[in-house]
Design a binder for this molecule. Structure first.
Ligand code: GCB
Length: 598
C-alpha cells in the first residue's frame, strides 16, 4: 500500500490539527447519527494524539467505547477530474468513517492505514465534513485481545499486555489526489552479486477505465542514485533494474536510491510515484543472520510508541531525538514492540541504516501471564470462546496489512508475528502454523519469527518449529532469581544452551530490570540504577558465551505507561532512558559495550 506523496501528478493535504471530539460512553452516537451534522457538544482534540491524557479527566483517560472525531476540509479547486482519497494512517483500534452523510470506510486494527476513494463525494472547491468514530474495546477477536467485563461499578477493560491501552487518531489523516488511472502498488525485491545490485520491481495499476494496466498505458521505471543521477531504467509493469558499482543499504549507512515509476499515455504523464529503495539482502545461514552476506549482531531495544501527554501520538521531535539517542548509545536496531509503528519511523530507519524487527499487534495472546507476572487467569488462551478461528482471521488480516505496508522498507529484516503468545499447547501450534505460512507466502524474502516467553522452555515450545529465528524474552535476575545475579547467570546460561542446540540464530528480544532513576545503592538491589547496570552486564557475559546469540535488545528503550497494577509504579520502569529521555546509569554501561561492538 503506497503512502500519500507529493509528486509531479499527485498532491496531498495533511488534516492534522484540532478536530472536534466527543466521547460516547453510552454508545448512542451511531443510533443518533452523530456524523449527520456538526458533532454535538464537542471539545477540541489534537490529531495526531491519543486522547487519553490530553484532557484532565479520568473519564477520558479510562474511557471504554466509541470516541467521535470530526473536521471539515476544503477539497482543492485544482483537483477537478482527479481521484480523491481519504486516508487514515491509523485509528486505534477500529473505526468507521463518513464523508458528509455517506459511510466511506471501516477498518479493524489500530496500527495500519486504511483509505477510501471519495471522489464521488468530494467536489473540488467545496468543503466536506469528515467524521470518524474510533472504538477502543479489546475483545477475544481483536489484535491485541482483551475482555470488557461488566462489574457492579460499570464496564472495565481487561487485557493481557503490559502497556496502556491508548486510543484515538495516533497518526496523520490525509486527503490526496491521483489521476483516475493510477499506480496502485509497487513491490521491490533487491539483490546483490558483488558490485552489481538488482532491483526487481512490480507495478500494479488501477483505474476508472478498463483500459488501465493494458497496452494502452506505458509504465516506465527509472532508478536514480542519492544525487539524482539515473543509474538504470526499464519499461513494463515488471522488470529488473541492474546497478553496476552498487552502493548497498547497510546497517549504519542507509544509502537509498529512488525508484521513479511513471504511468504514461503516449507522451502524456498520467501518474508518477517515487519510492526510496535500499539495495540489500537478508538471509539466515546456520546460526548467522546475514545482511548483505555479512553476519549481523543486533544491538538495541524493544521500544514503544509512548510519550507523556501524547500517548501513542506520532511526534517528529521524539522520532529524531530517539534515533539520536540510539546512535549515541550504539544501538543498530530495534523491534517495533508490540505493534506496527508509524511509517515515519520506518522511513527514518531506512535513511539512517537502523535495522528493524517489524512486529504485529498480536501481544497478550497468553492468559497465563500479565505484564510479566505469571499467574492464573480464568480464561484459556485458545478456545472456541476465547481466541478462536475468527481471531485468527483478524490476525491474518493484520499480517497482510503489515506486509503490504512495510514490504519495501530495507530497514525491515524480520517479521515478528506475535509477542509472547502461549506456545506450548497443540491449540497454539494449530493457531500459528497457518499464520507463519501466510507470512512466508506474502513475503518469501524475509525470515519470519515470533517472540517466545519464559513459560515455553526448550523442548516445550510447539510453535518455534515454524520460526526461522529464536527470539527470546527472558528476565533472569528480575522475574526469576530476583536480586540473585549469580543464580540468574547459571540458570540463564543453562536455558540458552538448550536453545542453542536447535541450531537457529538466537536474538534476545527482551532482558531488563525496572529501575527508579536516581535510586543509588552501594550493594545493588533491584530497582536501583546500579542493579540495572550489573543485571545487564551479567546478561552480556552469558550472551558472549553462546555463539548462536546474534543479538541483544534491552527491554525497554524508555520508561512507559501501563495500566494500573500493584507491580507497576507510574508505569513500567525498565527504560534505559526515563520517559522524558534522561539516561539512567545503565545507558553508559550499554554505550561502552555497544559502541565497542559496532
Ligand atoms: C514482557 C513483555 C513486555 C513487558 C515486559 C515486562 O515479557 O513482552 O511487554 O513489558 O515483559 O516488563 O514485564
Amino acid at each position: 500500500m503506497l503512502r500519500p506523496r507529493d509528486t509531479a501528478t499527485r498532491e496531498r493535504r495533511n488534516l492534522s490539527g484540532l478536530w472536534a471530539f466527543r466521547l460516547d460512553p453510552a454508545g448512542v452516537g451511531r443510533e443518533a447519527g452523530w456524523w449527520q451534522g456538526r458533532l454535538p457538544e464537542a471539545r477540541e482534540m489534537p490529531v495526531p494524539a491519543s486522547y487519553n491524557d490530553v484532557l484532565v479527566d479520568a473519564g477520558v483517560r479510562d474511557h471504554i467505547g466509541d470516541a467521535w472525531y470530526q473536521t471539515t476540509v476544503r477539497v482543492p479547486r485544482g483537483w477537478a477530474g482527479q481521484r480523491v482519497v481519504l486516508r487514515f494512517d491509523s485509528a486505534t483500534h477500529r473505526a468507521v468513517v463518513w464523508v458528509d452523510d455517506v459511510e466511506v470506510a471501516s477498518h479493524e486494527g489500530g496500527y495500519t492505514p486504511f483509505e477510501a476513494d471519495i471522489t464521488a463525494y468530494a467536489r473540488p472547491g467545496r468543503e466536506i465534513r469528515v467524521t470518524a468514530v474510533v472504538n477502543n474495546e479489546l475483545t477475544w477477536q481483536s489484535v491485541p485481545p482483551g475482555v470488557v467485563e461488566d462489574t457492579p461499578s460499570g464496564r472495565r477493560q481487561n487485557y493481557f499486555h503490559d502497556f496502556f491501552n491508548y486510543a484515538g487518531l495516533h497518526r496523520p489523516v490525509w486527503l490526496y489526489c491521483t489521476s483516475p488511472d493510477h499506480i496502485d502498488d509497487i513491490t521491490v525485491v533487491t539483490g546483490l552479486d558483488g558490485a552489481v545490485g538488482t532491483v526487481d520491481y512490480r507495478v500494479e495499476v488501477a483505474g476508472a477505465g478498463e483500459a488501465a494496466g493494458d497496452a494502452v498505458r506505458q509504465i516506465r521505471a527509472v532508478l536514480e542514485d542519492a544525487e539524482g543521477a539515473e543509474v538504470a531504467r526499464s519499461t513494463g509493469a515488471s522488470g529488473v533494474l541492474t546497478v553496476e558499482g552498487v552502493r548497498p543499504w547497510q546497517p549504519g549507512a542507509g544509502y537509498l536510491y529512488t525508484l521513479r515509476v511513471e504511468l504514461a499515455d503516449g507522451g502524456e504523464l498520467v501518474d508518477d510515484y517515487t519510492l526510496a529503495v535500499g539495495i540489500r539482502t537478508v538471509e539466515i545461514d546456520g546460526t548467522n543472520f546475514l545482511i548483505n552476506g555479512e553476519p549481523f549482531y543486533f544491538t538495541g531495544f524493544g521500544k514503544h510508541e509512548d510519550l507523556p501527554i501524547r500517548g501513542k501520538g506520532h511526534d517528529d521531535v521524539f522520532l529524531v531525538h530517539d534515533f539520536a539517542l540510539m546512535e549515541w548509545i550504539g544501538a543498530n536496531s530495534f523491534r517495533t514492540s508490540h505493534y506496527p509503528y508509524a511509517e515515519e519511523v520506518l522511513d527514518h530507519a531506512d535513511r539512517h541504516g537502523i535495522v528493524v524487527i517489524d512486529e504485529t499487534a498480536a501481544v497478550g495472546q497468553n492468559t497465563g501471564v500479565g505484564g510479566g507476572i505469571v499467574g492464573s487467569r480464568p480464561y484459556p488462551t485458545f478456545s472456541p470462546e476465547t481466541i478462536n478461528d475468527a481471531s485468527r482471521d483478524v490476525h491474518a488480516q493484520a499480517i497482510r496489512e503489515l506486509v503490504a505496508r512495510d514490504k519495501n522498507h530495507p530497514c525491515v529484516v524480520l517479521w515478528s508475528v506475535a509477542n509472547e503468545p502461549e506456545s506450548t499447547t497443540e491449540a497454539s501450534r494449530d493457531y500459528f502454523e497457518p499464520l507463519f505460512a501466510l507470512t512466508r507466502e506474502l513475503d518469501p524474502t524475509r525470515p519470519v519469527g515470533f517472540v517466545n516467553m519464559l513459560l515455553a522452555r526448550p523442548g516445550m515450545d510447539l510453535v518455534m518449529q515454524f520460526s526461522d529465528v529464536i527470539m527470546l524474552n527472558r528476565y533472569y535476575g528480575w522475574y526469576l532469581n530476583t536480586g540473585d545475579l549469580a543464580g540468574a547467570e547459571t540458570a540463564w546460561q543453562a536455558e540458552l544452551e538448550g536453545w542453542a542446540a536447535e541450531g537457529k540464530p538466537i536474538i534476545i528480544t527482551e532482558y531488563g530490570a525496572d529501575t527508579i532513576t536516581g535510586l543509588h545503592q552501594v550493594t545493588p538491589q533491584p530497582w536501583s540504577e546500579e542493579y540495572q547496570a550489573e543485571y545487564l552486564e551479567m546478561n552480556h557475559r552469558v550472551f558472549d558465551r553462546i555463539d548462536a546469540v546474534i543479538g541483544e535488545h534491552v527491554w525497554n528503550f524508555a520508561d512507559f505507561a501501563t495500566k494500573s497494577a500493584i507491580f507497576r509504579v507510574d508505569g513500567n520502569k525498565k527504560g534505559v532512558f526515563t520517559r522524558d529521555r534522561h539516561p539512567k546509569s545503565a545507558a553508559h554501561t550499554l554505550r561502552r559495550r555497544w559502541r565497542g561492538k559496532n
